[in-house]
Ligand binder design. Structure first.
Ligand code: NAD
Length: 365
């Protein structure tokens, strides 16, 4: 039997509640598809600070480096807000991203029909939206040097940030973009500002060249200002959007809002290949640890369940299992089951664990 090692890091706040539900789903899928998921759970973030004094121990980092995929809940909360930045729960995420070299961030925005009315846009515009933003995560304006604020001799201050990309950095994120497109509807829109920024002129050139290796994927280019507009005007035109760090930060939030609810949004961060050829990857909901609803069993587990579904698609090449999960989520929503964050009149309010159970049940139907 095929087997994968999954490291589960529930973290803080609602993290343990939502990862518990995602694990129910993974166990069910493992049995149905005859795949062994070897699951190890460990502490991260505030939970690790309480036990070990640090947000990420060497042991857990080592487990992360050895695992085939990581499923993370969320970290952070008011209990640790007074701590020095170097030992805050969020440092664990930064360290994991850095040590695993997670340079590609994938954020899907898929509108589930029963939640059409949750979007702030007109239903006829957002119905059927199903896209992914692939964002470069470790380069560009946020990391380029020189950076900083300096005081000039005349007393004036001057702030500088630098948008830098090298050919290999663009090539590797472009390959992720094309491979993601191959696993979807095979259309890739590369977003840049090549009419103004030389860095993104290089981006366009390199993406075009890499595209020749993927003749089955239809590549187009779009300026970022136009893309921001098109996402609101006609979002259904997109399948995969590939873009650099800053543009991706903004566009992925914009795309997320097409669908309405933060409790529904999954994400994946992918890195380079391990020795055995598998790509390092961490899957987590977009939302945080929601300390305001911690321990009440009312959090929406769907973002985490859909993150596990992304794990199946992108790490384990189990696209049909991933589609099964998405369909099960849709069916449960069609039945009118809602956690409080997506509740509306006429639907049935359920708890976090009831939502997980209902999704597992729908998978078995
Ligand atoms: P948040 O996403 O945790 O919560 C924002 C609001 O959305 C809250 O009202 C919360 O109850 C609600 N919410 C979030 N997820 C939900 C879910 N699954 N179901 C139902 N409601 C949900 O953001 P915040 O309040 O700004 O941050 C809280 C803590 O989370 C902070 O310590 C922050 O640093 C941390 N955080 C962690 C991550 C991460 O681990 N990746 C990301 C963002 C924030």
């Amino acid at each position: 039997m095929k087997g994968y090692r999954i490291l589960v890091l529930p973290g803080d706040g609602i993290g343990p509640e939502i990862t518990r539900e995602a694990l129910k789903v993974l166990r069910f899928v493992g049995e149905r598809y005859g795949v062994g998921f070897h699951i190890t759970e460990a502490l991260v973030g505030g939970a690790s600070i309480e036990r070990h004094g640090v947000p990420l121990t060497e042991e857990v980092l080592d487990l992360a480096l050895k695992s085939d995929a990581i499923l993370l809940g969320a970290v952070g909360g008011p209990r640790w807000e007074g701590l020095d930045y170097s030992v805050r729960p969020e440092r664990a995420l930064l360290a994991l991203r850095k040590e695993l070299d997670l340079f590609a961030n994938l954020r899907p925005a898929k509108l589930y029909k029963p939640l059409l009315s949750a979007s702030t846009l007109k239903e006829e515009v957002v119905e059927g939206v199903d896209l992914v933003v692939v964002r470069e995560l470790t380069g560009g304006l946020y990391f380029g040097t020189p950076k900083g604020v300096e005081r000039l001799p005349d007393g004036m201050e001057r702030g500088v940030n630098t948008m830098v990309y090298t050919t290999p950095e663009i090539e590797r994120i472009a390959r992720v973009g094309f491979r993601v497109a191959q696993k979807r509807r095979k259309r890739l829109t590369s977003v840049d500002k090549a009419n103004v920024l030389e860095t993104t002129e290089l981006w366009r050139k390199v993406v075009t060249r890499v595209g020749e290796e993927y003749p089955d994927v239809e590549l187009s280019h779009m300026y970022v200002d136009n893309c921001a507009m098109q996402l609101i005007r006609e979002p259904r035109q997109f399948d995969v959007i590939l873009t650099e760090n800053t543009f991706g930060d903004i566009l992925s939030d914009e795309a997320a809002m097409l669908t309405g609810s933060i409790g529904m949004l999954p994400s994946a961060s992918l890195g380079s290949a391990k020795e055995d050829g598998m790509v390092r990857a961490m899957y987590e909901p977009v939302h945080g640890s929601a300390p305001d609803i911690e321990g009440k069993n009312i959090a929406n587990p769907i973002a985490t369940i859909l993150s596990a579904s992304m794990m199946l698609r992108y790490s384990f090449d189990m696209a049909s299992a991933s589609e099964d999960i998405e369909r099960a989520v849709e069916r449960v929503l069609e039945k009118g089951l809602r956690t409080p964050d997506i509740y509306s009149e006429g639907t049935t309010k359920v708890t976090c664990s009831e939502m997980g159970d209902a999704i597992v049940e729908a998978l078995g139907e």
